[in-house]
Design a protein around this ligand. Sequence first.
Ligand code: URA
Length: 233
Amino acid sequence: MERLDKRLANTGRWSRKEARELIRAGRVAVDGAPCRAPEHKVDESDPVAVDGAAIAGPGPVYLMMNKPAGVVSSTGEPGARTVLDLLGEEYQNLGLFPAGRLDKDTEGLLLLTNDGPLAHRLLAPKSHVDKVYYVEVDGILDESDVEAVRAGVALADGYVCLPGELELLSGRQARITLREGKYHQVKRMLASRGKPVVFLKRVRFGPLVLDENLPKGGWRVLTGEEQQSLFRQ
Ligand code: URA
């Protein structure tokens, strides 16, 4: 048994606060009868409807997070603080996982979802989804680095990266666009140019642009337009 407001919030469609407001406004029915008590207990099999429309079990949820440095984006590292720990209580049991990884010290845009097929498609190597990073290096970037990234940087292990784009913002700062997502890729690319990364932040993932209003560690549900843009990707 769980509270009615929690049952609504678990769908990912409403926050717990919004769910309470809907219930108090008399828009929620349990077993066909309006119920205005957020604390009313329901079980899995009780039919719940909002504005007359039955709610299904938890549907797919899509969140954008501005990952801070210091938390890991993998979900299975024992003892480590993960991006899931930053989510609200109502998002803890929805099966969310990060679609793609950022290193512990990397900041910026992370998509969290429980839509396995979509994540799988976005992350498949053949999808070539653009990822854009703001990067700061120890060293001075120049046109030879721009050319090297455009041609495909050879990493220390011999792997030759797909062509990318490096846009110089100053000697030490740049934006880099990659169409693949190998382990530590930006760091390894720039290390092989002798210019180690000292700061890295993802600012775009496919059609999603990091919402600069999100504080570090902040997150929000994707807008309908953002969700649709992922399906068009
Ligand atoms: N490239 C890296 O080196 N680290 C990241 O976190 C992402 C891309």
